[in-house]
Design a protein around this ligand. Sequence first.
Ligand SMILES: [Zn+2]
Length: 166
Amino acid sequence: MRCPACKELNRDRVIDSRATESGVAIRRRRVCEACNRRFTTKERIEEEVRLSVIKRDGTRIPYRRDKVVSGLRHACYKLAINDHQLEQIADLVEEDLFREHDRQITSEQLGLYVSIHLRAVHQVAYVRFMAVYRQFADVAEFINAIDDARELEAEDIPTQQALFGQ
Ligand SMILES: [Zn+2]
């Protein structure tokens, strides 16, 4: 914690802890060892994300950020994209995701969000991602995706509205 008085970082010590808000939060009394200022923090359980991803076969699985990141990592294998960039792409995906969906999303929509943000970073990674994410049934489908990628490349960066046909 940064002391609200002297702004020193991590010089505080907890002097008292108690449950509050019917046990949902913990209130901690702290003292800054640099300037002796006392202050209070509240700790609570982070709200769990309860978003379902609907797969193509209709089954639902809970949304998991780590799956998005591992999909990105797979697509970016041996390309000059570091973990920090992967996390940044995941942040952008989640911004779209949570702005526009609160309960559920289809795996295709989720894939579109990922592809939009990945494409802005790396074209090869984007094509690879499309191949992996869509789990192509046959070669023709894969070729279509590459064609789609070429079409997108030829256009200006498309808006989401254009991609979603809204
Ligand atoms: Zn202080």
